[in-house]
Every structure is written in structure tokens, then in C-alpha cells.
Design a binder for this molecule. Structure first.
Ligand SMILES: [Zn+2]
Length: 379
């Protein structure tokens, strides 16, 4: 565990995943954060070039059918060169996901270059090489993120996951614009449209979609907006800690009061009721705890409870725990590692060391859980 007295905050500002959305398509009207006071949204793929042409990045690997995977993904240690535990914890959970590793194995460069995929493939091949037990060099992958995540410092694992996903999407998808869809009533069509435009492995495995209905309190007219998400932050308070299974199972629907720009009739800012419903549940659902107090900026050390399994209350979608990322220490310094399930075995992936963990002993690690990753059960 490396710490630096003057290291930047590892979790920085906790990010809300709901996208900053514009209720008007392009008429320069006010932008309204659908969550009212919540900060800027990390989920927006800021690195995307909206003007990029839609030359095809398509390859056979993109046809990969989810659910028919062959990779076993037993983890291997990774070399922590300089405060890279946040980076390693994310790679470990990602490379324990069989569908993702299958994708890497079937990926061929064709006519495109993808430094991120090439780097992940190299790491994945080294993990597979059972003849060599030494920890894997990940520095070539770490370097790809030096601009956003300064070398030598620890950063927020949740932000890294989103940046990693952005990079993969950017190198695989034909369309790189933020998805915008208004007023379509058929939710299935919206998701189909999204996937036909994109369909990278990240979209197939980790992206979900919200439908938000904004109902004006004055004219009672509704405006609908769809937006994708890659994670759903969970509150981290004493109360939610005691009833965390309940909090998790209620992610599928939320109602809140806010204000919005009523375009259809009132033509101005009005109070509204927002109903957010998940219309597509990702195969792998990423749930980070909001462990930074937005007022004091201190880390919230509350013990959080969560179950191995949960059923989403509104749509009865069942999820089972796939892995979780653990963080101990303060916001200024600390250490990350991940616990990953492969088959029926659990592994503790702690930098260079990977050890099997008795599932009975998982409870002890839950206190400091920071990011939960659940896998959707086949129905
Ligand atoms: Zn109105």
C-alpha cells in the first residue's frame, strides 16, 4: 500500500450517473440536470468526437452471442508499479468476466487500430499462460490513461471504469454521439435502435437504459427522454446501510420532484414530477456506493450491507453478485483490491497476489465495499 501525503483525492467528487440531459434537442434552451442539484455527469462520453464519420469498425467479434462463453478467467496477479491498485482492481474484475474475455479472444484487428483492446488482449493472454506464474505487466494499458489519471497517483476506481468503457466504445462503435431519443413510446424499439447504432461489447454487457418522464405540474403534459447508464450510484447513509437490499431492489423505478423546461405548452421553466424507469437492465450491473459526503467532502465510512443475490422489485429481474471492489483508507490515501467470482470460486485479487477466498468469509470484506458488480441471471 503506497500513500502520499499530498496525493489527490482518490474519490474526488462522487459522480451521479444520470446524464446531464437537454430537454430541447438543439434550440439552445436551458440544460436541466435531471437530478436537480447533482454534479456534472461522468457518463457522458466526453472523449467522443461528435463529428467523427461513421466508418465501420465492425468485426466478427461484435457478433459474439452473450451467454455462450468458453473462457474460464482464473485471475493472476498484476504488477503495481506506482499507486496503480485502483487500476488493477478494475482490470481484475473486468478480466474475470467470461463474455468479455471471449470477446477479446475473438477480436481481430481487421482494418482498425485499437490500443485499448490490443493492450487488454495482451494482458488476457498473459493471464492465460499457466506456464508462467509471475504477475502480469499492465503498464502498457495504464499508460493509455495517463492524460486523465495522472501517473503515480491513486484515483477513483469508479471513474476509471467509466473511462475504460468510453475508450472501448470509442474504438468499437460506429456511432459515437451521445444517444438521444425523445417521445418514442415503445421502449423495446428504443433499446433496439440504441444497439443497432452501437453494439460494442461494453454496450452489450454493461449499458442499461432509463426512460424518464417529466410531467409538468401546470399543464400536466408529459415529456419523455431516454438515456443510457453504465452504473447506478447507491446512497451511503446509516439508514440505507441498514436496508441496503431494499435500496438495491428499488433501483428500477424512482419518482422525484424537480423543475424542467416545459416545451410543449407552458414554454418556460416549471415544476415537474420525474418518473425514472429502467427499460433495459444490463447483463452486468455496476453499483458504486457514494462514499464521498457532498458537503464535507469526507469519506463516508458507513458499513453497507448487500446480498449475494437480489431481485429488482419492479420488474423482477434477478441478479447475483459477480465481484466487488474494496477500498480501505481515507480519500487522500488508501488501497483498492477486488473480490471476483469465477465459476463457483471467489478470488481476492490484491495487486501481485491472488488468493482463493472461502465464500463463507466474504462477509468480512463487505464493510469497505466501494463498487458492486452484479450479473443478471438467465431467465
Ligand atoms: Zn407545462
Amino acid at each position: 500500500m503506497l500513500t502520499r501525503p499530498n496525493a489527490p483525492k482518490i474519490m474526488r467528487k462522487e459522480i451521479k450517473v444520470t446524464q446531464r440531459i437537454t430537454l430541447s434537442e438543439n434550440d439552445g434552451n436551458i440544460e436541466k440536470d435531471s437530478k436537480g442539484s447533482l454534479p456534472e455527469i461522468r457518463n457522458s462520453p466526453s472523449s467522443y468526437n461528435e463529428n467523427s464519420d461513421s466508418k465501420s469498425h465492425y468485426s466478427e467479434a461484435d457478433d459474439l452471442e452473450i451467454g455462450l462463453c468458453t473462457s474460464t478467467c482464473e485471475p493472476k496477479g498484476m504488477i503495481n508499479e506506482s499507486n496503480d491498485c485502483f487500476f488493477i482492481a478494475c482490470l481484475q474484475f473486468l478480466l474475470c468476466i467470461p463474455e468479455f474475455v471471449d470477446y477479446l479472444k475473438s477480436w481481430k484487428p481487421d482494418n482498425r487500430e485499437s490500443p485499448i483492446l490490443e493492450s487488454l488482449i495482451k494482458i488476457s493472454n498473459e493471464i492465460d499462460n499457466k506456464a508462467d506464474e509471475s504477475p502480469v505487466d499492465i503498464s502498457h494499458c495504464r499508460k493509455l490513461f495517463n492524460d486523465e489519471f495522472e501517473e503515480g497517483y491513486q484515483h477513483c476506481a469508479n471513474q476509471l471504469i467509466l473511462a475504460l468503457f468510453d475508450k472501448i466504445q470509442f474504438s468499437c462503435n460506429n456511432v459515437t454521439k451521445v444517444f438521444q431519443c425523445y417521445e418514442e413510446k415503445d421502449s423495446d424499439k428504443v433499446w433496439e435502435q440504441y444497439l443497432s447504432d452501437r453494439g460494442s461489447i461494453v454496450d452489450k454487457l454493461f449499458v442499461g437504459m432509463y426512460k424518464r418522464s417529466f410531467k409538468c405540474k401546470e399543464c400536466l403534459i408529459e415529456q419523455i427522454h431516454y438515456d443510457e447508464f453504465k452504473s447506478i450510484p447507491l446512497p451511503c447513509t446509516k439508514e440505507s446501510g441498514k436496508s441496503m437490499p431494499g435500496v438495491i431492489s428499488n433501483i428500477g423505478e424512482e419518482v422525484e420532484e424537480s423543475t424542467f423546461l416545459c416545451k410543449k405548452k407552458c414554454k418556460g421553466e416549471r415544476d415537474c414530477t420525474i418518473t425514472a424507469t429502467i427499460i433495459h437492465y444490463p447483463e452486468y450491473l455496476i453499483l458504486p456506493f457514494q462514499r464521498q459526503d457532498c458537503f464535507t467532502q469526507e469519506k463516508i465510512e458507513e458499513k453497507m450491507y448487500f446480498n449475494q443475490e437480489f431481485t429488482e422489485a419492479h420488474h423482477k429481474i434477478e441478479y447475483t453478485l459477480q465481484s466487488f471492489i474494496f477500498h480501505m483508507g481515507s480519500l487522500d490515501s488508501g488501497h483498492y483490491f477486488s473480490l471476483c467470482k469465477v465459476g463457483e470460486s471467489w478470488y481476492k485479487c490484491n495487486d501481485e497476489r491472488v488468493t482463493k477466498v472461502d465464500p463463507e468469509n466474504l462477509e468480512g470484506y463487505k464493510d469497505n465495499a466501494y463498487i458492486l458488480i452484479y450479473k443478471k441471471k438467465a431467465n
